[in-house]
Write a protein that binds this ligand. Structure first.
Ligand code: UD1
Length: 415
């Protein structure tokens, strides 16, 4: 079990290189399986979730090779249709291989995925769409066996714009006879990145950035080279860290257009954020509280930025109110922030944060990826020493986290 030791109280100052997006590269790696071929993926972040995705491809019979931010995958010889349970349990995004296995083999044998515990995380919307495409399945909430003699075109109206369901259904749709239309599709930028990758592989998909996607079936897919877009959640985390520590950070290779909800929230709190097409400069003094901060599907305030921004608001002047509408259990970081002196009253979906002048160091345990990042941000802004355990959560999603923070003046060490 990893831990970080942090001595807080210093403003972060310096330049941060934003890596490729975790939430893009995972569906893209899954999609390489849909049509056999050779793929080179650039700007691939060095995080443990990518290692897990590569382990899954390997377990399915694919060749994988990694050299820094470049990953080569050859899925031509894939033959297994079953993902080992130990790999399924490592991350939620393992479920994205369901659509790819069905598209490739008409068969998938999986177990329920693991990953961050953020409340209920069912896969009913994924299954609803696959059934409309003609797949049959047996699922007892632990084991999933899915078969499809032939997938067919259809219209799927999602009751909620689930990111994972939209991705899984888009990938499965590539093998359908006829067109698949997904209504109320997720519009997150990572969906656009997956569409751009699939188009580069020969797929015909219309509707990027809208909530209605049309996917032409029976695509003749081929290998390709593709560079993953920058990680907007990594950028949001560093913006929150700059705000919490009253620092100045230059975020290089970031896409401000993808982060308008977070940028405008922090600007309303008094941060100065200069936006250029591929760069942001954040300069912050003590924040003013902003209310309400309500998470929502894109282009609303992202649920993944809720915990990091709450850590920044913990020392803002005034009272901020958060409402979490996407996940039912995404306030698990609150007890840790409280033990650092934050004044937060929270229920499952709401938090009222009364800003204090300073937090103090404490020993806390990371609960999930973004919740753990929030604890790091709080510790960086706090007086004194903190120890954060279970840092494997952060390693799932932040490349070179500790080195980057150290290069900006943070006193943080892995122990
Ligand atoms: C993805 C992101 C995650 C982000 C989330 C919301 C990846 C790898 N992860 O997760 O970082 O926080 O989008 O932006 O891209 N739901 C159902 N039934 C389903 C599927 C989802 O009820 O079949 C519910 C979930 O329980 C949750 C909500 O829909 O309450 C959003 O989930 P979804 O958009 O699917 O998130 P993920 O794809 O899991």
């Amino acid at each position: 079990m990893g831990a970080y030791q942090i001595i807080g109280g210093r403003p972060l100052e310096g330049a941060v290189h934003i890596h490729g997006a975790k939430n893009s590269v995972l569906p893209i790696l899954a999609a390489t399986l849909a049509g056999g071929g050779q793929y080179t993926i650039y700007n691939c972040p060095e995080i443990s979730d990518v290692d897990t995705a590569l382990d899954i491809l390997h377990a399915l019979g694919c060749k994988t090779e990694r050299s820094g931010a470049r990953v080569c995958v050859d899925t031509s010889a894939a033959e297994n249709r079953e993902i080992p349970e130990a790999l399924m349990k490592k991350m939620r995004a393992a479920i994205l291989f369901l659509g790819a296995l069905l598209a490739r083999f008409g068969e998938a044998n999986l177990t329920a995925p693991g990953g961050c515990v953020l409340g209920e995380r069912p896969i009913d919307l994924h299954l609803l769409g696959l059934r409309l495409m003609g797949a049959e399945y047996e699922y007892d909430c632990e084991t999933l066996r899915c078969r499809a003699k032939a997938l067919r075109g259809c219209t799927v109206a999602l009751p909620f714009p689930s990111v994972g369901a939209t991705e899984n259904l888009m990938i499965a749709a590539l093998a359908c006879k006829g067109e698949v239309t997904i209504c109320n599709a997720a519009r997150e930028p990572e969906i656009g990145d997956l569409i751009a990758f699939l188009r580069a592989c020969g797929a015909k998909i219309d509707g990027t950035g809208t909530s209605v996607l049309h996917i032409a079936g029976a695509a003749a897919l081929h290998g390709t080279e593709y560079a993953v877009m920058p990680d907007r959640m990594e950028a949001a985390t560093y913006l929150a860290a700059a705000a919490a520590t009253r620092g100045r950070l230059v975020l290089q290779y970031a896409t401000p257009a993808h982060l308008q909800a977070v940028i405008s929230t922090l600007e309303r709190g008094g941060c100065e954020i200069v936006q250029r097409p591929n760069e942001m400069i954040a300069r912050c003094d003590r924040l003013r509280a902003v209310s309400p901060i309500v998470t929502a599907p894109y282009d609303g305030f992202p649920t993944d930025a809720q915990a990091p921004v709450m850590a920044a608001m913990a020392t803002a002047e005034g009272v901020s109110v958060f409402e979490e509408t996407v996940f039912s259990g995404r306030m698990r970081h609150v007890p840790a922030l409280r033990s650092m002196g934050a004044r937060i009253y929270a229920t499952d979906r709401h938090a009222v944060v009364t800003g204090v002048k300073r937090l103090h160091g404490a020993c806390v345990e990371a609960t999930d990826l973004r919740g753990g990042a929030a604890m790091v941000i709080a510790a960086l802004s706090a007086e004194g020493e903190s120890r954060i355990t279970k840092t494997e959560h952060m390693e799932r999603g932040y490349a070179s986290f500790v080195q980057t923070l150290r290069s900006c003046g943070a006193q943080i060490e892995c122990i």
